[in-house]
Design a protein around this ligand. Structure first.
Ligand SMILES: NC(=O)c1ccc[n+]([C@@H]2O[C@H](COP(=O)([O-])OP(=O)(O)OC[C@H]3O[C@@H](n4cnc5c(N)ncnc54)[C@H](O)[C@@H]3O)[C@@H](O)[C@H]2O)c1
Length: 272
């Protein structure tokens, strides 16, 4: 998967992005570790070098479209090409729609959707010029099934899934593969950083309606899925089951969704 590949990862200073960077380093890739948090990117690039890989760090805020273009140009200037781009950077947002502000919606869409578009716009077109490459967008299980209490986050991730499906078809015949990763709840720093609207402190972690699983299993599943050029990589097993049930028996997920709404109101929503 990674041997001799040139790999660019956004949001690689933490969590899933960091583990993707380490997997790419172990696999023999040249890894460009980028993050809005330059110091975090520097630490992860150092970890990659300790594994024997050639790694570079770079500050990159994915909401800055011009800098996304520059980052891809930097990779190509230094390495000659871009083989794999993990469009991974993202932020969480939790709370009922009625408690959210439009500024919060704009921020979530700016990072989770436009950030993905900004990076894809630069990376995908470079891959088209090369006639090869794999663009990997991180969506979420929240982009496949209804997620009450996560409406802005879920909406941004449904959009990433839609973008990925369309680009995958456009990329066929141009030599560019496109996949989307749809994790359920995975261990990372996202829970402590999630923006919230009208929820009690620390709600974001404990309100998760399904188990939070270790990140290592996701990374192994992603590597296997990309090797098979899967369109959607859905992990863990409960996420695949929920996605299947929602597609074929959407009514069966309704009671679980309504139970989650009741739980949020009973245990996590702050009194008005
Ligand atoms: N952890 C989960 O349960 C889970 C589930 C589904 C999807 N995801 C998605 O996985 C991706 C990675 O999340 P994570 O769980 O590793 O979270 P994380 O908070 O551990 O890591 C996210 C990284 O993105 C960076 N980042 C945030 N805003 C950025 C910006 N504007 N530009 C560049 N970098 C930015 C952060 O600095 C951080 O290093 C996100 O897209 C997230 O939505 C996570």
């Amino acid at each position: 998967m990674f041997h001799d590949k040139v790999v660019l990862i956004t949001g690689a200073g933490s969590g899933i992005g960091r583990h993707l960077a380490l997997a790419a380093a172990r696999g023999g890739a040249t890894v460009w570790v980028t993050d809005i948090d330059h110091a975090a990117a520097r630490v992860v690039a150092h970890e990659c070098r300790e594994l024997g890989a050639h790694a570079r760090e770079r500050a990159l805020d994915v909401t800055d479209a011009a800098d996304c273009e520059c980052a891809v140009a930097d990779v190509v200037a230094a390495e000659g090409r871009l083989d794999l781009c993990f469009n991974n950077a993202g932020i969480g947002f939790a709370g009922e729609f009625r408690d959210s502000t439009l500024d919060q919606w704009r921020r979530v869409f700016d990072v989770n959707l436009m950030g993905v578009v900004n990076v894809a716009h630069a990376a995908y077109r470079q891959m088209v010029r090369q006639g090869s490459g794999h663009l990997v967008n991180t969506a979420s299980l929240a982009g496949l099934i209804p997620t009450p209490g996560l409406s802005a986050y879920g909406a941004s991730k449904w959009a990433v899934v839609g973008l990925s499906h369309a680009l995958r078809l456009e990329g066929e015949g141009l030599g560019v593969k496109v996949s989307a990763i749809c994790p359920g709840f995975v261990e990372s720093n996202i829970y402590s950083r999630t923006l919230v609207a009208g929820l009690k402190p620390d709600a974001t972690r404990t309100m998760a309606p399904f188990p939070i699983v270790p990140v290592e299993g996701l990374i192994a599943r992603v590597v296997a899925g990309l090797a098979r050029n899967e369109a959607l990589i859905v992990y863990p097993f409960y996420a695949r089951v929920l996605w299947w049930v929602y597609r074929w028996m959407p009514w069966a997920t309704r009671s679980k969704g309504l139970a989650q709404v009741r739980k949020i109101r009973r245990e996590y929503r702050m009194a008005e």
